[in-house]
Design a protein around this ligand. Structure first.
Ligand code: BDR
Ligand code: CA
Length: 343
């Protein structure tokens, strides 16, 4: 084991971009991935867990996967809370199939590995509590697992080096007028996480959308010639195609949100505009439910809550990092066989 590696735990709701984020973390040499925990979000928990296992098998990884929380903390206990003035609910069906940015099953062989018996939350608690070195948490789904651990035992916060989460949006939103999906999926959990006293870097939609990719990048990924890069190309292609088709976006491009959070753990300079600002999450249950609020008045005024909001990213650096890691995968040969690649 390389002692210089940063110890991380990925908390995912896999998910097309989560899948590429997991591959990136496994292929990087700067991160030591201790385990992957799954949570509800893009899809119900059985699917996010199964998809995570598919990715781990595809990567031939032995890193353990722990199934976490299936529901948000309390959000769904309030009738009528989910009223969202911006949500248009209709299915786009092509050839009898509903088109979604996150398909229920990733196009990978069914998983042969299984999840660990232990639930993600006690595993997170135990791993943090007894860690010799502080651990970085990278939640890129709803923050339910992280918040539950912090509620169970707030003292474990002392064992967290940093939380780098993908969530929230300042001027860019993808779920309601003011909210981003991961925060919207469990607003109370996002609030608990932001207020836990640990350094939290919030990789917002503003940052991920400042670094989005199009069909040109799909082709570039394909040219790398590894099975991991080919799969990432497939994910990016699908995200562009689906978001465009369902009317979420007019431009033919897409962000790989969760990859940016992982790359920020490797090289923070991939985030180019990061501001130390006070922030919170609306849990009022109305139209701004789950939205990230950043104070323009109390900047730097809450040293007990060191939150850092990322507004922008270096798109070229991000893509170069992604390509570099994916090139370390298994080379695709002419006969469709694979050989170990190195880079
Ligand atoms: C976030 O929500 C999910 O759809 C993605 O996987 C990403 O984590 C973007 O808002
Ligand atoms: Ca995600």
């Amino acid at each position: 084991m390389n002692l210089a590696m940063r110890k991380i735990i990925l908390d995912v709701d896999t998910g097309s971009d989560d899948a590429v984020a997991i591959m990136t973390a496994i292929l990087s040499r700067e991160l030591e991935l201790l385990g992957v925990t799954t949570v509800h979000g893009n899809l119900p928990l059985p699917y996010t867990t199964d998809n995570t296992l598919r990715v781990m098998d595809f990567m031939k990884s032995q890193i353990p996967v722990y199934k976490g929380c299936p529901y948000p903390l309390v959000q769904d206990l309030t009738p009528g809370r989910r009223v969202n003035g911006d949500e248009v609910k209709h299915d786009t069906v092509i050839d009898g199939k509903v088109v979604a940015v996150h398909e229920r099953e990733l196009p990978l062989p069914p998983a042969v590995s299984g999840v660990q018996e232990e639930h993600a939350v006690p595993w997170l608690w135990r791993t943090l509590k007894y860690a010799e070195e502080k651990i970085t948490l990278i939640p890129v789904g709803a923050m339910t697992n992280i918040a539950t651990v912090l509620r169970m035992d707030p003292a474990v916060a002392a064992h967290i080096d940093e939380i780098i989460c993908m969530g929230g949006g300042i001027n860019v939103h993808n779920r309601s007028y003011r909210s981003e999906t991961n925060f919207y999926n469990d607003p109370e959990a996002a609030k608990i996480m932001l207020n836990c006293g640990v350094k939290v870097t919030v990789v917002t939609l503003d940052a991920t959308h400042s670094s989005w990719f199009g069909y040109e990048e799909v082709d570039e990924l394909r040219r790398i010639g590894t099975k991991e890069a080919e799969f990432a190309a497939q994910m990016l292609y699908h995200r562009i195609y689906a978001a465009n088709l369902i009317g979420a976006r007019a431009e033919k491009k897409s962000a790989l949100h969760d990859v940016l959070a992982v790359c920020a753990a490797i090289d923070p300079s991939v985030l180019t505009d990061v501001r130390h600002e006070s922030c919170d999450v609306d849990i009022g249950g109305h139209i701004a439910d789950g939205s990230l609020m950043v104070s323009s008045r109390y900047r730097y005024s809450r040293p007990e809550n060191p939150t850092y909001i990322a507004y922008q990213a270096d798109r070229d650096k991000l893509f170069a990092m992604l390509c570099r890691y994916l090139a370390r995968g298994e080379k695709i040969t002419g006969e469709g066989k694979t050989l170990g690649g190195e880079n």
